[in-house]
Write a protein that binds this ligand. Structure first.
Ligand code: ASP
Length: 346
C-alpha cells in the first residue's frame, strides 16, 4: 500500500491551531458518479486534497495535512490495511506529528475499522472516522459537512481520552457501540445500546454522555510486530439453517467462529451439533447475535449453557466486531476465560 503525502498543508498564520492529519481510505465520501442525480458511483476516486478543498473555512479551525492511505470501497477493507492504519496513527502520535487524526472511510465497514483501531491505537488523542452516504459529486452531498465536523471533533481537547469515535450526520458515537443502520439515508449510523455521546453544531462539539472508555493508558493489543491476524469466520443463524457453512469453517481449521445467533445468541439443533464438534477441535466459538440491540448473556441452563458447551459470549459486540476482538485476542491467548473476560471488558 502506497502512502502518499499530500501537498494540502496549511502554513504560516495558523500556528496555534490544532494539528490534524486526515487519513483517506476512499469510500463514498470520495466517490464520483457520472450522473449527480443517480445512486451509482465509483468509490474512492476523489483524492484527499480535493475533499479538503471543498471545506475551505476549516483552515480557520485547524492546521490540516492529508494523506492517502487507500482508495477503496470499504467493503474491500482488509486486515492488512487495518494494520497499516493503526501503525501509521501510532507513529503520528509517537512522533507528535498531530494533535488528532481524522479518517475518511466508506460507511459499509466503518464501524469495524473504528473498533479495530479502538483496540490497537496507543494514544489518548482523538481519532475520528467519518464518511458520507452521498458521493462527493452528488446533489447535496453529506461528505463535506461530515468531514468538517469530524475535524472539529478531532481538534477539540474534550475529545481526548474518549477512544476512537465516529462522527456522522452531526452525531458522535463510540467505536464499541456504533452500527450502520441504514443502507441509503444520510442518518446512517446509530448506537442502539448507548446512543450518541455528543453532537456537533456550528463548528463546536458538545458531549452529553460520559465516555465508556475508562482509561486509555491501557491498550489491549500491541500490533507493532503483527503481520497478519488469525482467521475468524461468522456463521449466520436463521430458521432451518443448515450446517454447511459452519462445517466448512471447522474443516478449514480456522481457530475461531462467531455465531450471529437468532436472539440471545441462540442457534438451531443442526448448528448446535457442529458447535460441539468445533469446541472439541479447540476452536473458540463465540455466541453473538444478529439482533441489532441488547446483549448476549452467559447461559447457565438450557440448550446454550456456555460452561457445558465450552462457548463464550460476545456481550454487546455484534458479530462483525466480535470477530475483530477474537482475531486480536487469539494473537495473545487461547485461554477461554481470559477471552471471555476481554469480551466483558473491551
Ligand atoms: N460503498 C461505500 C463504502 O465504501 C459505502 C459508503 O461509503 O457509504 O463503504
Amino acid at each position: 500500500m502506497i502512502l502518499i503525502f499530500s501537498s494540502y498543508a496549511i502554513s504560516a498564520a495558523s500556528q496555534n491551531l490544532p494539528r490534524i492529519i486526515v487519513l483517506s481510505t476512499g469510500g463514498t465520501i470520495a466517490g464520483q458518479q457520472p450522473n449527480t442525480d443517480r445512486a451509482g458511483y465509483i468509490p474512492g476516486k476523489i483524492p484527499v486534497d480535493e475533499l479538503l478543498k471543498n471545506i475551505p473555512s476549516i483552515k480557520q479551525k485547524a492546521n490540516i495535512q492529508g494523506e492517502q492511505i487507500a482508495a477503496i470501497g470499504s467493503y474491500d477493507m482488509t486486515v492488512e490495511i487495518w494494520l497499516k492504519l493503526a501503525r501509521r496513527i501510532n507513529e503520528i502520535f509517537a512522533k507528535n506529528e498531530a494533535d488528532g487524526v481524522v479518517i475518511t472511510h466508506g460507511t459499509d465497514t466503518q464501524e469495524e475499522t473504528a473498533y479495530f483501531l479502538s483496540l490497537t491505537v496507543q494514544s489518548d488523542k482523538p481519532v475520528v472516522l467519518t464518511g458520507s452516504m452521498r458521493p462527493g459529486t452528488a446533489i447535496s452531498s453529506d461528505g463535506p459537512k461530515n468531514l468538517y465536523d469530524a475535524i472539529i471533533v478531532a481538534s477539540d481537547v474534550n475529545s481526548t481520552g474518549k477512544g476512537v469515535l465516529v462522527c456522522f450526520n452531526e452525531n458522535v458515537y463510540e467505536a464499541r457501540h456504533v452500527v450502520k443502520v441504514n443502507t441509503l439515508n444520510v442518518n446512517a449510523f446509530a448506537a442502539p445500546n448507548a446512543g450518541p455521546i455528543g453532537q456537533v453544531y456550528d463548528g463546536k462539539v458538545s458531549y452529553n454522555a460520559p465516555s465508556s472508555v475508562k482509561n486509555r493508558s491501557f491498550v489491549p493489543f500491541d500490533i507493532s510486530k503483527t503481520e497478519t491476524l488469525p482467521t475468524v469466520e461468522i456463521v449466520y443463524a436463521y430458521a432451518d439453517a443448515s450446517n454447511v457453512a459452519i462445517n466448512a469453517f471447522i474443516n478449514a481449521d480456522h481457530p475461531g467462529i462467531i455465531i450471529a445467533g437468532t436472539g440471545n445468541g441462540s442457534i438451531n439443533k443442526t448448528i448446535l451439533e457442529s458447535v460441539k464438534t468445533a469446541v472439541k477441535k479447540d476452536i473458540i466459538v463465540v455466541r453473538s447475535s444478529r439482533v441489532v440491540s441488547g446483549q448476549v448473556t452467559t447461559q447457565y441452563v438450557g440448550p446454550f449453557e456456555d460452561a457445558k458447551l465450552g462457548t463464550i459470549v460476545s456481550n454487546k459486540l455484534n458479530p462483525q466486531k466480535a470477530r475483530i476482538l477474537l482475531m486480536l485476542a487469539l494473537t495473545v491467548t487461547k485461554d477461554k476465560s481470559k477471552i471471555q473476560e476481554m469480551f466483558l471488558t473491551y
